[in-house]
Design a protein around this ligand. Structure first.
Ligand code: ZN
Length: 216
């Protein structure tokens, strides 16, 4: 059977690993020129992959003096495959349960607050995974989501490199990122309804969290 990579190249595209090599400038010149020509032809999916790898390498260089660790490279590959699984994510994921929502808790007596001006703090659980998130209205219809995924009774690195995908409605990809070595992640997006965060922890478990509708 033909491997997907070969099929990819037969169609003029290049696989994930090829784009990583190009971003690392580890491709021989003739092939590099071919790959750049393919990018110049306007192939959206290859451009996205190449741009993503460059971003990852730049970020890794900024954050450490070392080569991007294998774990980072693996995590990015996982996150890519996660966005490819998009249409199937609702079937693959366990829906996390809401444990607490700061907007649903009554304010303590004497505290005057305009809840819509504050960050909304959400805590979810799925099995031994805990997802802690803050949603903040940044104005101009932009929401920021800062979160952390942790596994109970496990070292914090357990959830490092978790792939995070934000989906609107059934399969409209709004954003994706990768949790850092502390399991933390951050996304900014246009405020909209029907948002779900999918988290794939290294090892393959996928958890989903339905975000509440943004406050006006
Ligand atoms: Zn392509």
């Amino acid at each position: 059977m033909e491997s997907p990579e070969t099929a990819n190249e037969a169609n003029g595209h290049f696989d994930d690993k090829a784009w990583l090599d190009l971003a690392k400038e580890a491709v021989e010149p003739g092939r590099a020129a071919q790959m750049h020509a393919h990018l110049d032809s306007g192939c959206e999916s290859c451009r996205n992959q190449y741009a993503m790898w460059r971003l990852v390498l730049e970020t890794a260089e900024r954050e450490s003096e070392y080569e991007p660790p294998d774990a980072t490279v693996r995590a990015v590959r996982d996150a890519f495959s996660l966005s490819r699984k998009l249409p199937y994510l609702p079937l693959l994921a366990d829906l996390a349960q809401l444990i607490s929502d700061s907007f649903l808790e009554p304010l303590p007596a004497g505290v005057r607050g305009a809840p819509s001006m504050e960050a909304r703090h959400l805590l979810h659980e799925s099995g031994d995974l805990v997802i802690d998130m803050r949603l903040e209205n940044e104005g101009h219809n932009v929401t920021s989501l800062a979160g952390q995924i942790l596994q109970k009774n496990a070292p914090v690195e357990t959830t490092a490199g978790t792939g995070v995908v934000l989906v609107q409605g059934h399969d409209n990809l709004v954003g994706h990122t990768i949790a850092n070595s502390m399991g933390e992640f951050q996304l900014e997006f246009e405020s909209t309804a029907e948002l779900t965060v999918f988290l794939e922890v290294p090892g393959g478990r996928i958890v989903s969290v339905a975000l509440p509708v943004a406050e006006p």
